[in-house]
Design a binder for this molecule. Structure first.
Ligand SMILES: C[S@@+](CC[C@H](N)C(=O)[O-])C[C@H]1O[C@@H](n2cnc3c(N)ncnc32)[C@H](O)[C@@H]1O
Length: 223
């Protein structure tokens, strides 16, 4: 499917729909539940530097900051309009979050500069080679003992979930979503060099199987 001229697929495929993203996610997906699970799994400590790749409208970044106010949270997204909503959300929540506008594989972070990287509902927006180069960058940005925590569409648990996921594929395109549902993200994370990769949680939703993943393997080598 055609990507945005900026080289990425916006939250709901069309820029005009970005302002409706939060309302849709709150109603259609159990957003608070799975994002809270992801925050818990990431197990942040005071002083940690944490990167949210594809932070979108900032809901997860705000939850992370509220969970551990002494962690330093950085949100990265290619979409300026989504980042504007995120900045407003952080301001309203009275939390300080650093936001960057850049493509995921092109952001100017130093190697070994994060204890944690998190990402929610982003990898299914990336073509296979972009998944790989983004995850390789993430490995470089993580400290050697750093961890990656992901929530995204996973391998379908059953035929019903496989059918439900067609709705996401029609919206976001088959090119970027097929790997999520065909193999799940465990092999994709391993291909990028992560180890101790696990699918930690999966649940059925109206749009297919939503999975949480955990991976280790920051190498700080850059790429
Ligand atoms: C479905 S939204 C998820 C937003 C947020 N993480 C959440 O869970 O609500 C996907 C986000 O990924 C961003 N995105 C997609 N491709 C990207 C890329 N190549 N680089 C940076 N951001 C990207 C989009 O702009 C969008 O905000």
């Amino acid at each position: 499917m055609r990507q945005d001229p900026g080289g990425y697929i916006p939250a709901l495929r069309f820029h005009s729909l970005t302002r409706h993203y939060d309302a849709l996610l709150a109603i259609a997906l159990k957003e608070e539940k799975f994002k809270s699970l992801l925050v818990k799994q990431a197990n942040l400590q005071p002083g940690d530097r944490v990167l949210d790749v594809g932070c979108g409208t900032g809901t997860l970044a705000v939850l992370l900051k509220k969970s551990v106010p002494k962690a330093h949270i950085v949100g990265l997204d290619a979409d300026r309009a989504a980042l504007e909503i995120a900045r407003k959300k952080a301001q309203e929540a009275e939390v300080e979050i650093e936001f960057h506008e850049a493509l995921a594989w092109d952001a100017p972070f130093e190697p070994k500069s994060f204890e944690r990287v998190v990402s929610s509902l982003v990898l299914h927006h990336l073509r296979d080679r972009d998944k790989l180069r983004t995850l390789q960058k993430v490995r470089a940005w993580l400290r050697p003992d750093g961890e990656l925590h992901i929530a995204d569409w996973g391998k379908a648990q059953n035929a019903l979930m496989r059918m439900a996921f067609v709705s996401v594929q029609l919206l976001d395109g088959f090119q970027t979503t097929t790997e999520n549902v065909r193999r799940g993200l465990v092999p994709v994370l391993r291909d990028a060099g992560f180890h101790s990769v696990r699918e930690t949680h999966r649940e059925m939703t109206l749009f297919g199987t939503l999975s949480l993943y955990q991976a280790h393997g920051g190498d700080g080598n850059g790429s």
